[in-house]
Design a protein around this ligand. Sequence first.
Ligand code: NAD
Length: 712
Amino acid sequence: MNHEFKHFKTLLLENGILLIGFDYEGSSVNINNDESLEELEKLVQFALENKDVKGAVLLSLKQGNFCAGADLKKISLLRQNNQLDLAEGIISGMHVLLQKIEQSPKPFVAAIGGAALGGGLELALACRSRIVSDNPKTALALPEVKLGIIPGFGGTQRLRRIIGIPAALEMITSGKSVYARPAFKLGLADKCVTSVPSEIRTLEEISKERLSIVAINHALDLCRKKRMERKFGTSHTLLKFPGIRNVVFFGARLKVRQKTKGRYPAPERALDAVKQGMKMSAYRASQNVEKPIFMKCLRSQLSGDLMNFFFWQERAEKIMPIVPTPEKIGVIGAGKMGWQIAALLAQKGKQVVLKDVNQNILARAIGKISDAERTLLLKKIIKPHEYQERMLAVYPTIHMDRLSGVGFAMEAALERLEVKRKILEEFEEIASPDATFATNTSSYTVAEIAKNAKHPERCVGLHFFNPVSKMRLVEVVRASFSSEASVRAAFSLARELGRIPIIVKDGPGFLVNRILSRYVVEAVWLAAQGVKISRIDGAAKVFGMAIDSGRAMGPLELIDFVGIQVAVEVVKSLQSLGSRFEVPHYLVRMAPEEKHPLTFWKAGTENPETVKLIREHYVQGEIKISDDMIEKRLIFPMVDEAFRCLEDGIVNEPWQIDLAMLHGAGFPAFRGGLMTWAEREGMYRIAKELKFLEDAHSKRFASCDSLLRLFL
Ligand code: NAD
């Protein structure tokens, strides 16, 4: 071929298979935009017209990435410039190209050895066949609904033709990734091979990988065969009856509504697109049904907000360079958080020394790790040997000296200051000279814990959220004495564990717990004033708290979830910041020493013992308050505290608060983020309401200076 391409490499093999290697210039992942589309168009045309080409294999030169989909930065730029209409042209061009690939008499095969997301997967769906490698980075998904849009390159039309309606609806409406082996089982991939990706990422080297060889041979097979109809089970035949099909769509819609509570329209619009396109060709349906729906979603404020979160996350991940992290990590404390952190480390290939005070606790922790990994094994996400490797990677011990070789230790022990100080003292006695010590404390500052440390410069905070497998935020806490090397080590480890790291200044409650505590404290006060537990949690759920986790949750339920002792410790520690964190005494009474603590909820109803305790200490009967006022009392104090965090330099930019509160506290994404939402509500209005609440109820509602200035 006598044409130079910027984003593709090509190689025509003697057997007539053209290798098309996607290698988007200047990016670690491949992206679909006007530039790459134009080049791919030329390549497809060349393949179709050149008689030496019998078929083509589409592969990627990027390590671990087939194609990440549409160029969101360009979309965002178009949005900023009010030029979203221009996106329509690119989409139409892509539809024509994908139809050419799909209709080509010469087979196109996609060889996928990494993430194939959104437009990347849609490109593969237009190919005659898909071969996947079972390396852990292979993940296939149409995650558009997570950005408030629907698949735009024919995904809503082609996926159901390949894997059937129910599976396609599940994939499109959830946006979830399907890994290699499940993809093969679903029929999304025609073959799944074990293949080691070559280190040298040239087309010549990649063509020798098993994945490429299998894909090339498969393409040659397809050249010899006539087009084959896909075979589905009897359930597929039943779906040809409109009545049965309608039931399937109805069920899928119901499932979506239960999850989104009507707050995220995109999954339902995607369902509409699949349904309305049923009787058309993939091309016509993409153009006439999918595109108009896609454009409507793209123009919505919600999709703009959800894309902002995506960019903020990228910004947070790139805020500091990554350094290599130690192979062996210590985890001190094998309780609720410790075992989850140890499991995550083992999943990412680390050797873990897990320390606690007795063998029973350790045995329980190992049992929990085993249960979690076994679930992955049963779902075929991991292989039996991976299960074994992960289990063998965790070494339980009651002896601190077994941590002498670790390069990084995470302390997730009992929330008592003297316990944590003692642990640090013991660790320093045996630690290697360059080991970092990171505390997962929720309520103390790193400064308090490291008060007597011999090497305070090696101490930082690494604050995970519960449940660790779901909550992706980690606060990387920099104390005034923490060395740059320690902060980098903690940041890099958080990244390696697939977390979203927010670097925060040391201070009570760090960032998320400090802001969230205002909401929790207010909920406790509302209950003390006789407002029903169900009304308080209900108002928070209607606002959308924790909706994105799949299970909306109110503040009192949240206290039950994290454990009342932890909650009490957190608010107590925050009292050093002011009386706004003071709580009614009944909360402490709910967690008596040496006794099982009370909860707000019990078996799905308000816990009568707790209600009795509250009534004994405070009011009889419910005060008159509207749901709207409950919401204001819960949410507005968080805005005030967010401003205070900025004033204190805990973080420096509002987007960091928005991102952290989404991923660490369950502030609903559809509101655009705490600060963005407050801006839209009107800061002046919030300041005015807080002043009213201060005058009418309590000085705990008093605004901080920067918010007050907006009002005065
Ligand atoms: P937990 O009570 O479930 O577990 C604490 C563990 O520490 C226990 O197994 C205990 O035996 C062990 N321990 C006590 N002294 C020890 C010592 N000297 N050496 C080793 N282990 C020791 O507590 P948890 O909920 O797992 O919390 C652990 C830490 O994580 C706390 O600092 C907490 O504030 C923080 N945290 C908790 C949550 C949460 O939701 N529970 C969330 C984020 C952070």
